[in-house]
Design a protein around this ligand. Sequence first.
Ligand code: GLA
Length: 711
Amino acid sequence: MMLSLFLSSESTSHRMPPFVRKLFIALVLLVVYPALSRVSAAQAAPPMPSLLLGSAWYPEQWPESHWDADLALMEAAHLHVVRVGEFAWSRMEPAEGQYDLDWLGRAIRLAEKHHLAVVLGTPTDAPPAWLTSKYPDTLRVDENGRLAQHGGRRQFNYASPRYRLFCAQISDHLARRFGRDPDVIGWQIGNEYTDESFDPATRAQFQQWLQRRYGTLDALNEHWSTAYWSQTYDRWDEIPLVATGGNPGLLLEHRHFVTDTWRSFQRVQIDAIRKWADPRQFITTNIGGLAWSDHFDHYEITRDLDMASWDDYVGQGQLNPMRNGALHDFARGWKRAAFWVMETQPGSVNWAPISTTLNRGETRVMAWQAIGHGANAVLYWQWRSALNGQEQYHGTLVGPDGEPMPIYDEVRQTGGDFERAASALRGTQPVAQVAILESYDSRWAIDFQPHNHNYDELQVLLDWYRPIRQKGFTVDIMNASASIDGYKLVVAPALNVLSPELAAHLKAYVEQGGHLVLGPRSGMKDAYNSLNPERQPGPLVPALGGRVEQYYALDDAVPVSGILGSGTATIWAEQLSTQASDASVLLHYGKSNGWLDHQPAMMTRPLGKGTITYLGAILDANLMQTLTAWMIDGSRVQPEFGPLPEDVEVCRRVGAGRTIYILLNHGALPAGITLSAPMKDLLVDQPPQTTLTLASQGVAVLEEQAQPADR
Ligand code: GLA
């Protein structure tokens, strides 16, 4: 800011002879500016609270005269961060090469006045009309060959070199201007990477990408089994670019290509920003798609980012605490670190089939649930709706009149909570003894060929997650290839793609004392989405001492019983067989289709210092609970908290010598809770208690009291 003031001041630099002006600029750049910016950074950037509540704010949509009132209301609600800029390209660069960032600078200074830190978005999710009309090659082509047009957003082609050049230029201009701004704490690249392009130039890039990956067409033809249906390729340029239908090997590689292409799209902007940005400014992107079903690999995309962040929307209906908690754990697993909720709904959205509103208190519970699962910031989308534009009906904190909406008070209460609890939560994070493994390759491979349209991968994962969480255990959800040393129990609900390397990684964990439980469909495919020539679980057959003889898609429930109790299997059932003498069967099928009758459904085997277990069916909720008790006992997972009423969720954050428990009552009735030792609720002015009553949608943030030293 100061440099631009110096350089634009009429009374100084512009009246000087050119060589004096150059000298003056050099002096400012080399000596005065660094010194001043150090002073200003030191003065204007007090340590950030460790919990931040904030909002997306679009000053470009409003007359400047409204800004101060907006920001004052944010400050009054204890918001400490605003995200700005991510769709404002036509205001930042109104014509090609003509940049206007002064308005943004003024918005940031006003935010500073109201003690709000700023996350700056690069506007590359919404190119201006002048850009795409002058350079139509920057527009996206969908899978049906239709060219996108201006009038919405995401009309750009993510692989277009020309578009990337424009993205680099606008990012460069933003970072030169705000890269050392003390109030800008971080950057968001684009927004919710979503739509791929299928234009001829992108197809050529895909073919070149395949050539680099496979080296020879012989290798590609072999891995994809292209002798099937005469698909054999004789030239790289014969290979199609499709995302649906077709060869499973090609489909999986297209997802890898999409991941690499978004990653390089992002890289161009990271490089432009990092050239100028202060290292204290983080770089992230806002991952959308309800964090689950995107076309790219989140572990890969977040590799180049300083921090992960995602959008947490309920859409229609009420919060589903298990599903939402699992998605937070999944987001924490991308970088295995604290993350941000970059957007969440202030009550309602505008895009659900029925855009219902969260009940009173539920928006606050959602914010605390995010913190409980490892977020350090929660931002609402959005502050105030534009008077026109497609999202007029979306929930906001203030109305089009700039006055608070009913939800504002609840958000203000949450902001007050965050301020009270921030210092105790600083340096803490969830710490888990149990890990759930998943992989994009496996998910995509099953999505391409579900074999039973009722097979929903997120539901399958939640079937495993729910009973573990109901017992109060923290769960890490993470990439199957990540390090799993130290976890007492590792569950892999559906590792469909299982390479020899991944199998060796899992086997080593077991041999060193780990307890691994694999779910149905595991170990069917190799890394090229080709069938493993062994039966399931492929390279883990020798370790398991057994295998899957045949799999069956079910339309009716099948009875299951054994030492874990009796119940049913639905959707999917595999007939197992044991080969090793030390393998034992835990569950058998009852009378069914003849093939499954009385056959093993689940088996386990000791291996090295640990155990490997395979479940071949999707079990009902009761059996999953018994199975969970068996897994927890067998792997000696230690309790984290005492028993709780059914609707009360507990989240534990540990660190900096402290243990904090966040209790959330998702139920409709008040819940009485007895604690094993006195604990202080950081949200109320009361001494430590051993009992508490949590109202419906109530939140308590309990700090474990230090034990008196032994005498
Ligand atoms: C997404 C986008 C936002 C906005 C919200 C509305 O998450 O990132 O720009 O469209 O949805 O819910």
